[in-house]
Design a protein around this ligand. Structure first.
Ligand code: S3P
Length: 428
């Protein structure tokens, strides 16, 4: 049980460099592993999820050394992975699991994937079914982990994705690299495009149509190792973007944050709500980055729907928090995917927000939140439900309350942001 910081009297002030991007860190290991030659990752995210990826690839026979946030991978090439001697433990990481399914479906050996209790409840057929259309042989356990992958020669895919998921898209792209001919995938909506950007930097040939949803992936590329500076994670910076906006008298500068436009939904939403956020030092080679300065602001309510969701999927609990202090009623819909994240984030947010007396109503695919109703603490014992992002959003909510609150399961932050509480303390 962790004691949370209550409302700071002088606002939040200071400068932070948030840890490396989780999506990019995972992919850096994976794509480095299947390239020829050496890949070096700087500012790698040393959180549990990315360490699950690192360990899995070591067990697949890839020499990988880590010294703090620097990782050096001696790539074995697309056909050089070795059968692991034990089932691969995916821990809590959905990204590791789904992407590795696409990659291992086309290898010449069999693998078993296992994961923790939360990951073992998350849907895997969304990956195994489209992969099966490419000739993959994958046995799930009622659509979940444990999953058995029987490596096969894959055929080209021609597939319209049924869910807006970068994880599913990325699994298909990794399978398509090993297919007999070029594959075409059409997304339901554009989702984060790190796989496409990064694989191209390693030498893959992927054509992205101007409609932003159609991709052609050419097989058997010559992938060559690269050196990559992993930008700060927008999804981690997001906690301080929300905190700086909501805690009166705040000014926070977040340095070198990834600003890929498939990830900046929170920034657009905050601007629409009247938030004060300013980008400086913008860089745009490969993955774009900027320094973000956020100041406290009075917020107006917002309505967001399905088309807004992919670019803000991991930040929706924070959008709910912003809405809970906005000057009116906000409505978030089209976010049913939240129910299959590390927890059912719709149910869990509603349960935790009600402890603070926030006027929130659960919808099948989102929430209605009345920010005009004053908060009143009904129960000071908050819980992360074992979900890193829920733990951190409740720690930010605590900054808006005078009473002392506690958080159960605070160590879940280690999944994506082990330094979260230390970084927050530097702003007080
Ligand atoms: C991720 C994609 C998203 C996101 C997850 C990381 C990725 O999941 O929620 O935290 O790295 O591809 P979906 O693509 O399944 O929505």
């Amino acid at each position: 049980m962790k004691q949370l910081q209550a409302k700071p009297s002088n606002g939040l002030r200071g400068e932070l460099t948030v840890p490396g991007d989780k999506s990019i860190s995972h992919r850096g290991i994976m794509f480095g592993a299947i390239s020829e030659g050496q890949t070096t990752l700087h500012h790698f995210l040393t959180a549990q999820d990315c360490l699950s990826t690192l360990k899995a690839f070591q067990q697949l026979g890839v020499p990988i050394k880590r010294d703090g946030q620097t990782v050096v991978i001696d790539g074995v090439g697309l056909h050089g992975l070795k059968q692991p001697s034990h089932p691969l433990d995916m821990g809590n990481s959905g990204t590791t699991t789904r992407l590795i399914m696409g990659l291992l479906a086309g290898q010449q050996f069999d693998t078993t994937l296992v994961g923790d209790a939360s990951l073992s409840k998350r849907p895997m057929k969304r990956v195994s079914e489209p992969l099966a259309e490419m000739g993959a042989v994958i046995e799930t356990t009622d659509g979940h982990l444990p999953v058995m992958i029987h490596g096969e020669q894959l055929h080209a895919g021609d597939y319209h994705l049924k869910v807006a998921s970068a994880q599913v898209k990325s699994a298909l792209i990794l399978a398509a690299l090993q297919a007999d001919k070029a594959s075409i995938f059409v997304e339901k909506q554009p989702t984060r495009n790190h796989t496409e950007i990064m694989l191209k930097a390693f030498g893959a040939k992927i054509d992205c149509e101007p409609d932003n949803v159609t991709l052609t992936v050419h097989p058997d590329p010559k992938l060559t190792g690269i050196t990559l500076n992993v930008p700060g994670d927008m999804s981690s910076a997001a906690f301080f973007v929300a905190a700086g906006s909501l805690v009166p008298n705040s000014e926070i500068k977040l340095l070198n944050v990834g600003t890929n436009e498939t990830r900046t939904g929170l920034i657009s939403i905050l601007k629409r709500m009247g938030g004060k956020i300013h980008f400086s030092n913008e860089q745009s080679q490969g993955e774009s980055t900027a320094d973000l300065t956020v100041n406290s602001a009075s917020l107006t309510p917002i309505e967001i729907g399905a088309k807004d969701i992919p670019a803000v999927i991991d930040e929706l609990p924070l959008v709910a928090l912003l809405a809970a202090k906005a000057d009116g009623v906000s409505k978030i819909t089209g976010a049913g995917e939240l129910r299959v994240k590390e927890t059912d984030r719709i149910a869990v947010i509603v349960e935790e927000f009600k402890k603070l007396g926030i006027a929130i109503q659960e919808l099948p695919d989102g929430f209605i939140i009345d920010g005009t109703k004053p908060w009143h603490v009904n129960n000071p014992h908050l819980s992360s439900h074992g979900d890193h992002r829920i733990g951190m959003v409740m720690a930010i909510a605590a900054l808006l309350v005078d009473e002392p609150l506690t958080l159960d399961g605070a160590d879940s932050i280690n999944i994506s942001y082990p330094e979260f509480f230390d970084d927050l303390a530097t702003l007080l």
